[in-house]
Design a binder for this molecule. Structure first.
Ligand code: SF4
Ligand code: SF4
Length: 290
């Protein structure tokens, strides 16, 4: 195995942080790179605001500077404590780094956008990235087409991250801890990987690079796999199994013996009678794959 240098990798952007507030979203975009439709949130992996607060306080204490913090997900406003999360982020900015770009994403959720307006009145320097998706977005890349299912990537392939994930996104942070990129956090959630770096004290370039070998083999961004028909889900066999196992874990956690459809209504969803993604009920296992 060749000895690799840092310059052989796409190195994670250490001063940028993407905070995965929640994996709930009801926009239902095909090929969502947080898997909100195929692995919908039950709210249990929503970010605990006190964890974010604790991490940011410790960051300040050790002189770790975040120049950009972005709330994302999922639809951040669907987190039941969205306003508390914004408050924690803005307190970090105001106390420790006024130059920090503190931003929240939103697809402009019709019910929850008023939360954004309320936050803007309170924190005028909060930046809002409004993707304004009045219809589901048709993603260019098929994130659920795993390189390991492509014969081009043999068992000896060394995964080195990618430009989109590492250089453009910054580190991912969700309720379990830190990741080399924000998509990695979602991948680890679906596959049940226990690879998060739980504390800011453990974050290092080596530890983040070590995550590549777990997450990149699953990620369609690695091979820039395009969704040829953007209106449908593209799911390779490894992901098909992962969604099935995810459903089973969730069903077991709910104390049911029967595997249920993954698209159960989200407790955070304002339309509890519908599935979180807003689509007609259909089980993951019944979906077509390319
Ligand atoms: S708006 Fe679309 S792409 Fe973004 S989290 Fe929701 S479903 Fe995924
Ligand atoms: S997990 Fe995907 S997006 Fe993240 S570095 Fe690896 S290939 Fe890139």
């Amino acid at each position: 195995m060749p000895e690799l240098q840092y310059s052989d990798y796409y190195l994670p952007r250490m001063a940028h942080l993407k905070v995965e507030a929640t994996y709930a979203c009801d926009r239902g975009c095909p090929n969502c790179n947080r898997f909100t439709k195929l692995a919908p949130s039950d709210g249990l992996d929503d970010l605990d605001p006190s964890k974010l607060d604790d991490m940011l306080c410790k960051s300040a204490r050790i002189g770790k500077i975040w120049t950009r913090i972005t709330l994302t997900g999922g639809e951040p406003t669907m987190h039941h404590a969205f306003e508390e999360i914004v408050r924690v982020m803005m307190r970090y900015k105001n106390r420790h780094n006024p130059q920090c770009h503190a931003t929240t994403f939103t697809y402009h959720h019709p019910v929850h956008y008023e939360k954004i307006e309320r936050m803007l009145r309170k924190y005028p320097d909060l930046e809002v990235k409004d993707t304004n998706k009045s219809v589901p977005e048709r993603h260019v890349f098929a994130v659920c087409m795993a390189p390991v299912d492509d014969s081009k990537y043999g068992p000896d392939h060394i995964y080195r991250g990618c430009h989109l994930g590492c250089r453009l996104c910054g580190l991912g942070f969700d309720n379990s801890g830190f990741y080399c990129c924000s998509i990695a956090a979602g991948i680890a959630r679906v596959f049940g990987m226990q690879i998060a770096i739980p504390s800011i004290y453990g974050v290092s370039m080596d530890a983040l690079i070590d995550q590549f070998r777990h997450v990149c083999p699953k990620c369609g961004f690695y091979n820039l796999c395009r969704a040829k028909d953007k209106g449908r889900e593209w799911i390779s066999p490894t992901w098909r199994r992962a969604f099935r196992d995810f459903n089973r874990r969730r069903a077991a956690a709910r104390g049911t013996s029967q595997t249920r459809c993954a698209r159960t209504p989200s407790p955070r969803s304002p339309t509890t009678s519908r599935h979180a993604c807003g689509c007609a009920p259909a089980c993951v296992d019944s979906r077509s794959t390319p």
